[in-house]
Write a protein that binds this ligand. Structure first.
Ligand code: CTP
Length: 403
């Protein structure tokens, strides 16, 4: 990160206060940070705060006495432009290609990567208009950092929080230290990926689910697409934006995920099963809300279908990659699972540290043995998994050994 130059754009949301800490962390890591603020951002935090933290005057105007065209100079010789927080209004203006203030004009005139970190009320984030704008930006190659979930400044609870400054710093660090995939090892291959948790209905308002965030599966989708594959992502309920150019199919329960997967297997070359599929579902979900009573409630559970095992056993099965979430005996348990499900490759996670986190530790298991990967950002690891699986896939497609 030392010596990098970042333009940090701040738009008008309460999360602007977190950008002050992000600025401090970036400067501490040797980054030159040029702050640009919209007019409404200055209602939340003053330019003086950012001037003091970055050591550079803050750009707020389209023209100044010293620089007639700051919107042009900002995006030159810059390694990254990051808008954090990015409000719904700014995202809408960016999606329209507007240039009616210095920040939007600089985004339009840039010749570097642009990232946005949306932050807003959960309903504003979920609104189809915002989602449409976000997806337009992704199609334009702009990287969208998924908002975090939790308590919001307005008192509501849900997705739309700006990730913590340390998390944003980790993402930026990973971006600058990661080795991009060389070439397009999966060019022309059709890759099907499952991600996220499933929800199994108890009644219309209650479910059995798990803490999977979907981040690893979405990172795999991004990495497979970067590697040239045509990617379909079958996603359980998560609050993440789909990577650009990936076809996303939303499902809720294990049964619907199974159908979505099986119907696409004939047109799939590689199946990567990252989803934390519920292993059990209530045998008789109630069609009406179950009301409280003093008596003990019994819930009868039946096993769900193991989607990965079913795919791996199918005639003309695609190349199958599994992910195992374990809390102990990682390699032994992972290897047993790989053999039981007949997989050429399986990645084991430590469930205790992986769930919900942006970072992960993975160990790859294949017929050659055990390949630990150093702890890192999930996208960095996903690229390594893709490189590894591509090398196995192309080793000898007809004579691939399946345990
Ligand atoms: N998997 C699946 N369908 C299921 C359960 C798991 O496709 N019903 C897949 C997961 O996507 C993952 C792999 O199987 O790729 C291993 O999942 P994991 O939850 O670690 O193991 P399980 O097989 O469910 O076994 P256990 O819960 O006993 O660890």
């Amino acid at each position: 990160m030392q010596g990098k130059h970042i333009v940090l754009g701040i738009t008008g949301g309460i999360a602007a206060y977190k950008s002050a800490e992000l600025t401090r962390l970036l400067v501490k890591n040797g980054v030159t940070v040029q702050i640009v603020m919209t007019a409404s951002a200055q209602f939340f935090v003053t330019p003086l705060t950012f001037h003091a933290l970055s050591g550079l005057p803050v750009v707020t105007e389209t023209m100044t006495a010293n620089d007639a065209m700051p919107h042009i100079s900002l995006g030159r010789n810059t390694d990254l432009m990051l808008i954090a927080p990015a409000t719904a209004d700014f995202i809408a203006r960016l999606a329209q290609g507007r240039a009616d203030d210095v920040l939007s004009a600089a985004c339009l005139a840039r010749d570097c990567s642009l990232w946005i970190a949306p932050a807003m009320n959960r309903q504003m984030w979920q609104n189809p208009a915002t989602q449409r704008n976000v997806s337009l930006l992704q199609q334009d190659g702009i990287h969208v950092i998924a908002p975090a979930s939790g308590a919001q400044a307005c008192g509501e609870e849900g997705a739309g929080r700006l990730p913590e400054p340390e998390e944003l710093l980790a993402l930026i660090k990973a971006h600058f230290t990661d080795t991009p995939l060389s070439g397009k090892p999966l060019a022309g291959k059709r890759v099907l990926i499952t991600a996220g948790p499933t929800q199994e209905a108890i009644d219309p308002v209650r479910v059995i689910s798990n803490l999977s965030s979907g981040k690893m599966g979405y990172a795999m989708a991004q990495a497979a697409w970067e590697a040239g594959a045509e990617v379909t992502l079958i996603s359980g309920p998560v609050c993440l934006p789909a990577p650009a150019n990936v076809t996303r199919i939303d499902v809720i329960c294990a049964e619907s995920m199974l159908h979505a997967v099986m119907s696409r297997i004939p047109a799939t070359d590689i199946f990567i099963s990252v989803a934390a599929v519920a292993d059990y579902r209530p045998r008789h979900p109630s069609s009406t809300k179950i009301h409280k009573s003093d008596a003990t409630q019994q819930l009868e559970l039946v096993p769900t279908t193991d989607i990965l095992a079913q795919v791996a056993q199918a005639p003309h099965a695609p190349f199958c990659v599994g992910f195992a979430a374990e809390t102990e005996d990682f390699v032994a348990r992972g290897e047993a699972k790989r053999r039981r499900k007949h997989l050429p490759l399986l990645a084991v996670n430590d469930a205790k540290t992986a769930l919900g986190s942006d970072d992960n530790t993975l160990t790859l298991l294949d017929d050659d043995g055990v390949h630990p990967l150093p702890r890192g950002h999930k996208l960095v690891l996903a690229r390594q998994v893709v490189t590894h699986l591509a090398s196995l896939y192309f080793r000898s497609p007809d004579k691939r050994q399946v345990p």
